[in-house]
Design a protein around this ligand. Structure first.
Ligand SMILES: Nc1ncnc2c1ncn2[C@@H]1O[C@H](COP(=O)(O)OP(=O)(O)OP(=O)(O)O)[C@@H](O)[C@H]1O
Length: 250
C-alpha cells in the first residue's frame, strides 16, 4: 500500500475577527496525497486554492482541522519548528521562479543545502544529479539573467528538489512560460514523478498543464467540488478537465 505524504483532514480557514465581516475561505476540506502521486488543484478565482496551498506549505495556519505531512502533524507545530520542517520536508516552485540574480544557477540550486549547513563537498554531487534529472547540467555556471524562462523554471524545480523533500508544492509553475517551455517543464515534472517517485501537488489555472497530473481536485467556494483521475490518454484527461471547468462557468 502506498504511504500517505499529505493528509488534510476537515480543514477550515476563516479570515477576519469574530464579530467582524468574516470570510470562510476553506470549509471542511479533506483529502490525501500518496507517495509518488502528481496531484493538481484547480478551481475558479477566489475558490480557496492559494489559501489551501498556504496552509499545507505551513505559511499560514488553518482555523480548524489537521494537516499531516510525512507523518508529522504540522498544525500543532510552533513557528520555529515549522521553519525547520519547511526547509527540510517541502520544496517550492512559484510562478516567478524566485531565483537570486546574483547567484549562478548552480548556487541557486545549492541554496537549500547551503542553508541547512551541508558541507560544500557533499552539495556538489546532489546539485549535479538533480540538474541532470532536469536537463540543465550545461547551464550551471550561468547567471539567471542569461538563460531562458523555461531553463529558469527547471532550475527552480531543481532547487525545490535538491534536498529531497517529502513533497513539491508548485503554484502556477507554467504561469510565466510560453507554451513550448510550459510543455517541457511539465514533461520534466512527469519524468521526476514517474522515474524518481517525486510527490507533487500543483495549483494551476491551465487545463493543459493540469492534464499532466494523475488526479485533479477541484475546489469551489472553499470546498472540494469534484475529484477526477486520469485513466486514458492525456488528451482525454484534458477534455475531462475542460468539462468540469465548464460547470463553473455556468
Ligand atoms: N488574508 C485574507 N483576508 C481576507 N480574505 C482573504 C485573505 N486571503 C484570501 N482571502 C479571501 O479568501 C478567498 C479565497 O482566496 P484564494 O486566494 O485562496 O483563492 P484562489 O482560489 O487561490 O484564487 P485565484 O485563483 O484568484 O488565485 C477569496 O475570496 C479571498 O478574497
Amino acid at each position: 500500500m502506498n504511504q500517505t505524504v499529505v493528509n488534510v483532514k476537515d480543514i477550515h480557514k476563516v479570515f477576519g475577527k469574530r464579530n467582524e465581516n468574516q470570510y470562510h475561505a476553506l470549509s471542511g476540506v479533506t483529502f490525501d496525497i500518496k507517495a509518488g502521486e502528481f496531484v493538481g488543484i484547480m478551481g475558479p478565482s477566489g475558490a480557496g486554492k492559494t489559501t489551501l496551498l498556504n496552509v499545507i506549505s505551513t505559511l499560514d495556519k488553518p482555523t480548524d482541522g489537521t494537516i499531516e505531512i510525512a507523518g508529522t502533524n504540522i498544525t500543532s507545530m510552533k513557528q520555529g519548528q515549522l521553519a525547520d520542517f519547511r526547509s527540510e520536508q517541502l520544496g517550492f516552485i512559484f510562478q516567478d521562479f524566485n531565483l537570486l540574480e546574483n547567484l549562478t544557477i548552480y548556487e541557486n540550486i545549492a541554496l537549500p543545502l547551503s542553508l541547512q549547513g551541508v558541507p560544500s563537498r557533499k552539495i556538489k554531487p546532489s546539485v549535479v544529479e538533480v540538474a541532470k534529472k532536469l536537463g540543465i547540467e550545461t547551464i550551471l555556471e550561468k547567471y539567471p539573467v542569461t538563460v531562458s524562462g523555461g531553463q529558469k523554471q527547471r532550475a527552480a524545480a531543481a532547487r525545490a528538489l535538491v534536498h529531497e523533500p517529502a513533497i513539491i508544492l508548485a503554484d502556477e509553475p507554467t504561469g510565466a512560460l510560453d507554451s513550448k517551455s510550459a510543455k517541457s517543464l511539465m514533461d520534466a515534472m512527469v519524468h521526476l514523478n514517474e522515474n524518481h517517485d517525486v510527490s507533487i501537488m500543483m495549483v494551476t489555472h491551465d487545463p493543459l498543464s493540469a492534464s499532466y497530473c494523475e488526479r485533479i481536485l477541484f475546489i469551489h467556494d472553499g470546498s472540494l467540488y469534484k475529484e477526477i483521475h486520469r485513466d486514458g490518454s492525456r488528451s482525454e484527461f484534458h477534455h475531462q478537465i475542460l468539462d468540469v471547468l465548464a460547470d463553473f462557468a455556468e
